[in-house]
Design a protein around this ligand. Structure first.
Ligand code: HQG
Length: 182
């Protein structure tokens, strides 16, 4: 299977499993799960040929572990990054490391200084343990700047943190007083 096919399929799966399942007539449950049979049928109506094997390869080889299969192998979901309002992942609160990082573009800084980090269209603000990861995330939007998040201060003020199965840290928002540029 070519890398291009795997990448294209990963992008398609991100689109339907995080954002627009209705685009192919798919329904997600509140935990984000979709039937693989329905996913294959919906994709076929859209002119895209998916197979269980291809989906399994994408899930297994994905460098960011974006997707998970159910134990019985019949369902798939995106692990984080949703904007779809029907999905409300049950996430367990977890103690984060003392510093988490968020990569963004310099052009967003003025607004971030004003409003803090907000989730935008997604359900959470995404944070990472590694500067390298944050740098890659920020580079997608322009000249990158990495922000440090003071998690002990946030915890002391009652903010909550969650960790997705793939290691990405999530929180509802990060007011500007907890941010510092690296
Ligand atoms: C910015 C990728 C102006 C924020 C990554 C970011 C991640 C503000 C953008 C995942 C702002 C939102 C998520 C404010 C935040 N004013 N801009 N007040 N607050 N922003 O894509 O964190 O490859 O929704 O800095 O690895 O960049 O898709 O979030 O630049 O884990 O699996 O608004 O997406 O994963 O952008 O990335 P996004 P993100 P995948």
């Amino acid at each position: 299977m070519s890398k291009k096919l795997l990448d294209d399929t990963s992008k398609f799966l991100s689109y339907v499993l995080r954002h627009e399942p209705q685009a192919i007539g798919l329904t997600l449950n509140t935990q984000g799960w979709a039937s693989i049979a329905e996913l294959i049928a919906g994709a076929a109506r859209d002119g895209r040929s998916l197979t269980h094997e291809l989906i399994g390869q994408v899930v297994g080889t994905n460098e960011k572990k974006r997707f998970a299969l159910s134990e019985d192998g019949q369902r798939i979901r995106a692990i984080q990054g949703h904007s779809n309002t029907g999905v409300q992942l049950q996430l367990d609160e977890k103690q984060p490391p003392a510093i988490l990082y968020h990569g963004t573009a310099t052009r967003f800084l003025e607004s971030i200084n004003d409003k803090g980090l907000i989730p935008g269209s997604r359900h959470h603000v995404h944070l990472s343990e590694r500067v390298e990861t944050a740098t890659e995330v920020g580079q997608r939007y322009g000249k990158v700047v990495v922000l440090k998040v003071d998690t002990p201060k946030m915890l002391a003020e009652g903010f909550k943190f969650y960790q997705a199965e793939n290691g990405v840290w999530l929180t509802d928002q990060v007011p500007a007083q907890f941010l510092e540029t690296l």
